[in-house]
Design a protein around this ligand. Sequence first.
Ligand code: PBG
Ligand code: ZN
Length: 323
Amino acid sequence: MFTRFRRKRLNPVLRDLLQETHLRVDDFIYPLFIRSGEGIKKEVDSMPGVFQMSIDEVLKECEVLKSLGIYSIILFGIPEVKDSVGSDAMCDHGIIASSIRAIKEAHPDMFVVTDLCFCEYTDHGHCGVLDPILETVDNDITLTNLQKQAVIHAKSGADMIAPSGMMDGMITAIREGLDSEGYSHIPIMSYSTKFSSAYYGPFRDVAESSPSFGDRRSYQMNPANRKEAILESMADEAEGADILMVKPALAYLDIVRDIKENSSLPLAVYNVSGEYSMLKMAAKAGVIDYEKVMIETMIGFKRAGADIIISYHAKEVAKLLNK
Ligand code: PBG
Ligand code: ZN
């Protein structure tokens, strides 16, 4: 026997020398859920460790994040009033516009990404304006509103815009909207391949964004489709997206690899709410070693081809990496 793999696994220093994939604190973007009010920090039952926070609490949270070395956040808003088009998202004094201004004023060194969608802001919970006849989101009217929302975010100080609604042509529309208002320097991270997934369940509790009727299968992707998954991301690249994304992450690592091989753009994964809750609940039940499973999962994302990981675990991972 000439080949013995175990020769390189005996010494722990050598094991480290030979490690192919590494996690870094700067790989992560941490999601925050913001609502109006003061002194609000309300834990979500289905996502232990995740909170809805008022802006003052978010400013404190940014301090904690920075102390851990996390400088990137992605914002989700829970508006006071919802309506049929999601007006709060297109208004200078909406929850996200106000949050961005407050965060960038108190923490100019934070990199503020904004989720660009309407499901948290509409009374029907769908990701745009409804077409009354088709009973689904009207793609092209929604594009106009996405342009408005993107410009509001940029004007309020957002550093990067992340459209998540899976509208056709959304990158072209948002790019044109931003550029025409003087924001050609603001990058777009597209949720380019986003599946219609049951793994978003807990998120819809925390973001209060469940559709009041039907589901999102007429705009988000069928989990069974691989070729279409690649085409979706390639289309967004062609439209000028700066960063691509696969979402969810865990059940879609083949797609992560596929897109990595089909594009040279940076690639993000969204380690979604259901994935987070599964580990949390398994830990609570005492059936897994939570920290080890969490790190193994994160390494899996990077090994599959992710450059960026959006994750509710980011703080816990940072604590372990900083040890
Ligand atoms: C909004 C949006 C969703 C998520 C991120 N942005 C929910 C959805 O599409 O229903 C899911 C995130 C998660 O589950 O953690 N379009
Ligand atoms: Zn949405």
